[in-house]
Design a protein. Structure first.
Length: 173
C-alpha cells in the first residue's frame, strides 16, 4: 500500500507565482518514509488538531496527542467521550500538526478507522494502556502510568487505528 503526499508550494524562499498550490505529488509506503522535516512534526511532542464529524454533521476540532505506527495513526480516547460515538458513526478523521515555532510548517493527514481496541480487550487491551503511557511520556516528560484519568469514573480507553489515506505537507522549520 502507498500513501499519496501532496506537497504544497511554500513561501520559505519568498513569494512566487503559484504559491500555496500543490506543487508535486509523491508516493510513500508509510509515514516513516516522509521527508525528515515532516517526520519531526510526527515524532516530536507536537499536539495535533483532529477533526471528526459530530452528531449534527459538522466538523468537531479537538487538540490531541499524536501517535502513529507505519501507515496507521493511533488515536487513544476515553470511552465516554463524544468523539468515540462520532468516529463509530463516521469513521474518518483529519489531523493537522503545525510547528509551534512556525505556522508555515505543517502536515495534514486524512485517515479512516480500520480497527478499534478496547482497554478491556483480554488479548490487546494492554496495548491500549501501554500506548497511552507512551504518549504521557512523549508529551509531558513524565514517567510511569498516565495519571490524568477522570476521578470518580472507571475511565476506560479506546484505541482507534486509522489507515492513512493521504498526506499534505507545507513549508520548512
Amino acid at each position: 500500500m502507498s500513501i499519496t503526499v501532496s506537497q504544497f508550494r511554500d513561501v520559505a524562499d519568498g513569494t512566487k507565482e503559484g504559491q500555496f498550490e500543490i506543487g508535486d505529488r509523491a508516493k510513500v509506503r508509510g509515514l516513516k518514509d516522509l521527508d525528515p522535516v515532516y517526520r519531526e512534526l510526527l515524532d516530536g511532542p507536537v499536539t495535533a488538531v483532529v477533526a471528526v464529524t459530530g452528531a449534527r454533521g459538522r466538523p468537531n476540532l479537538t487538540p490531541v496527542w499524536f501517535d502513529y505506527e507505519d501507515d496507521k495513526v493511533l488515536l487513544n480516547l476515553a470511552s465516554h467521550r463524544k468523539k468515540v460515538t462520532w468516529l463509530r458513526a463516521a469513521p474518518q478523521a483529519s489531523f493537522l500538526l503545525m510547528n509551534p515555532q512556525n505556522a508555515y510548517h505543517w502536515l495534514s493527514i486524512k485517515a479512516t478507522v480500520v480497527r478499534e481496541i478496547s482497554e478491556d480487550d483480554p488479548a490487546d487491551g494492554g496495548r491500549v494502556t501501554a500506548q497511552l503511557d507512551r504518549m504521557w511520556t512523549k508529551y509531558s516528560g513524565g514517567q510511569g502510568s498516565y495519571p490524568l484519568r477522570e476521578p470518580g469514573r472507571d475511565e476506560r480507553r479506546i484505541l482507534f487505528e486509522l489507515r492513512v489515506d493521504s498526506v499534505a505537507t507545507f513549508g520548512r522549520p
